[in-house]
Design a binder for this molecule. Structure first.
Ligand code: SF4
Length: 364
């Protein structure tokens, strides 16, 4: 006959393990108040927060007692990502990572080596709902939002690998990977505050760039936050008719509304806006469209970044030829617009957003 206490024990064994919170997804204030609820001193939060961003495991947090370190291990994790793939470009200036999340979703990010430091272009969502026709991330729509800890984990996980390769840790962040950051506003803002926090990663706001396809109300909300971050607007067209051919969001917000919101961002932050313009053969690369774009951008500090389309199987579009790109640039310059052509970094390793993941999934 079985002992009733065995059944109790079996039932107890079947209790789901308590879900441990990810410290990378918690602000310093959240960590402190959590610690107090666990019977610990408030100030311990500062020590723990500093260790976490120095990439130190619980048992190596030497200024904490053994019992607190055990308590931390029982109640928290420091989020990690599993590296599925790493591709290094032939010129060794770009590294692309494919990471597995804890729920088996896959995201990607890119690290680029510049003279001013290493920049990580990271993902803010799994997939994207915005449906831009030239983008591989749009293919499967939005799967889910990433939380701030998962954004931070892309930085820390990449840094671990960069150290092995002899690269410096990333000093700049661009929110321009898969996903529309303003479509994941709360988590994105939390991440920006976390990576800026002087007791944490301590990255200057000026080293952070948020790229949006033009979600006007959220652009205005971002301006009202008054942060000194850089804003990049994916415009890609000089009028709504052309924009509607390549970007679904153009059916919701007009270019005029986007430019107004950009001017508002400049008025609130004093930061020059970058307008991204992907050059697509026969779609948006005619010289008269450059003249039209100049009229739109007149009268406030901005910069146009012309991006030769990264051709791929997913977007089925062709890159503008070099002559068309140079002509487009010289028309903009003739109107006094500040313009550059983006270096084509990492095109040999599927550098465009969503492309590596799409190719990887195809082979599964
Ligand atoms: S370009 Fe950006 S906003 Fe557009 S579908 Fe791709 S990830 Fe989304």
């Amino acid at each position: 006959m079985s002992n009733p206490s065995d059944k109790t024990e079996t039932r107890m064994n079947k209790q789901p393990e308590k879900r441990r919170a990810d410290l990378l997804n918690m602000s310093l204030e959240e960590i402190k108040s959590d610690l107090v609820s666990l019977g610990e001193e408030h100030y311990r939060g500062d020590q723990i927060y500093q260790w976490v961003y120095r990439d130190v495991a619980f048992d190596e947090m030497t200024n904490l007692s053994k019992s607190l370190r055990q308590k931390l291990a029982q109640n928290y994790i420091i989020g990690t990502l599993k590296q599925l793939k790493r591709l290094i470009s032939a010129d060794e200036h770009t590294i692309k990572y494919l990471y597995l999340l804890s729920d088996n979703n896959i995201i990607e990010c890119v690290v680029m080596k510049y003279r001013h430091g290493n920049t990580i272009c990271l993902s803010t969502q799994v997939g994207c709902a915005m449906g831009c026709s030239f983008c591989a991330s749009a293919t499967g729509g939005l799967i889910r939002q990433l939380n701030a800890g998962e954004m931070m984990a892309q930085v820390l996980e990449s840094n671990r690998d960069l150290a092995k390769l002899g690269w410096n840790p990333v000093s700049n962040v661009v929110l321009m990977g898969s996903g529309e950051p303003l479509d994941n506003y709360e988590n994105t803002m939390k991440f920006i505050h976390q990576i800026h926090h002087p007791k944490g990663y301590n990255m200057s706001y000026r080293n952070i760039t948020l790229s949006t396809c033009g979600l006007v109300p959220k652009m205005r909300a971002l301006a009202d936050e008054g942060l000194n971050i850089n804003l990049a607007v994916s415009l890609h067209a000089s009028n709504d008719n052309v924009r509607k051919k390549i970007m679904k969001v153009a059916n919701v917000y007009s270019i005029e509304e986007i430019i107004d919101a950009s001017r508002y961002f400049y008025a609130k932050t004093g930061r020059r806006i970058t307008f991204e313009y992907v050059m697509i053969d026969g779609v948006n690369d005619r010289p008269e469209l450059a003249a039209e774009l100049s009229q739109l951008l007149y009268g406030f500090p901005n910069h146009v970044n012309l991006i030769p389309l990264n051709e791929n199987k997913q977007n089925k579009k062709k890159r503008s030829n070099n002559t068309a790109i140079r002509e487009f640039m010289s028309v903009l310059r003739s109107y006094g617009i500040n313009v550059t052509i983006r270096r084509e970094m990492g095109s040999d390793i599927q550098g465009a957003c969503g492309q590596l993941k799409a190719d990887f999934m195809e082979k599964l």
